[in-house]
Design a protein around this ligand. Structure first.
Ligand SMILES: NC(=O)c1ccc[n+]([C@@H]2O[C@H](COP(=O)([O-])OP(=O)(O)OC[C@H]3O[C@@H](n4cnc5c(N)ncnc54)[C@H](OP(=O)(O)O)[C@@H]3O)[C@@H](O)[C@H]2O)c1
Length: 253
């Protein structure tokens, strides 16, 4: 008997942190997962090997999501038969160092904004072209509570960039809805990954104490929320920004 065809997903920045956890979750939900990475091939291969060991299907795919040509090629590699069911735009493609606006050059501020949006724009355009033909598909952006939460010191560029991402997702949801395509956002608070490893333990503890659920997030907490939004359990959910922060945002209201 022929094995059933797996739906296909592309996870950008799928090699580490939230993206790796998301790749594992989607694979266990039955997706064939394109695990995108930027430079860490070893990490991407480890995610692919773990998925294979668990009986799933995945492949590593290199590419800078900010690069228009590479992003277009990524979609082609992830969907060689022209079929793509899910796109998760997670890559931490817009590097930043927390800096007050007073000392942040315009060039750095604008690069941060441009990189954040460039990291999703072409992928979304190319994915939508396929999903429109299918009249089905789902897109999830990984944003941050810093976009809509209380302005954290030094985070103006990051927060403004992620806020732009949230707004872009809302416009997309309206444009893509009639194509049968859902577009949603997850907004994590602090998540324990390599990217956040520099945060002092005392500050981490403060964040945990402030959260109604009394801990900080693991990458898999975010991955579960992404998998839920990708799944048919969220079949009538589009245009939302879902905080994944243990209740921290709501406890400050
Ligand atoms: N960690 C947090 O506290 C936190 C909180 C809120 C939101 N977020 C968001 O969650 C997302 C993932 O963050 P993370 O903490 O999981 O980061 P991470 O552990 O540093 O992983 C970053 C991932 O992005 C990939 N990447 C970086 N630049 C790329 C590029 N130009 N093109 C393609 N892939 C690229 C990396 O690939 P390589 O392995 O090849 O380097 C890696 O897979 C980001 O959008 C971040 O803003 C994180």
């Amino acid at each position: 008997m022929a094995s059933p065809v797996r739906p296909t997903a592309l996870v950008t920045g799928g090699s580490r942190g939230i993206g790796a956890a998301t790749s594992l979750r989607l694979a266990s939900a039955g997706y064939r997962v394109g695990v995108n990475y930027f430079s860490n091939r070893t990490a991407a291969d480890a995610v692919v090997a773990k998925i294979a060991a668990d009986g799933g299907s995945a492949f590593a795919v290199q590419g800078d999501v900010r690069d228009e040509a590479r992003a277009a090629h990524l979609i082609e590699q992830a969907a060689p038969d022209g079929h793509l069911d899910a796109l998760v735009c997670n890559a931490a493609a817009a590097a930043f160092t927390p800096t007050p606006v007073s000392t942040l050059p315009w060039a750095d501020f604008s690069t941060k904004l441009t990189d954040e949006l460039a990291g999703v724009y072409t992928l979304v355009q190319r994915a939508l072209a396929l999903m429109e033909q299918q009249q089905r598909g789902t897109i999830v952006f990984v944003s941050s509570t810093v976009a809509d939460g209380p302005p954290a010191p030094g985070m103006a560029a990051h927060g403004t960039a992620k806020a732009a991402l949230n707004t872009f997702a809302r416009f997309l949801a309206c444009e893509a809805g009639p194509m049968g395509v859902r577009v949603n956002v997850v907004a994590p608070g602090f998540v324990r990954t390599e990217a956040s490893a520099h945060m002092p333990q005392a500050l981490r503890q403060q964040l945990a104490d402030r959260a109604p659920l009394r801990r900080v997030a693991e990458a898999d907490d975010v991955a579960r929320a992404v998998a839920m939004l990708v799944s048919d359990d969220a079949q009538f959910v589009t245009g939302t920004v879902l905080p994944v922060d243990g209740g921290t945002t709501v406890s400050r209201m």
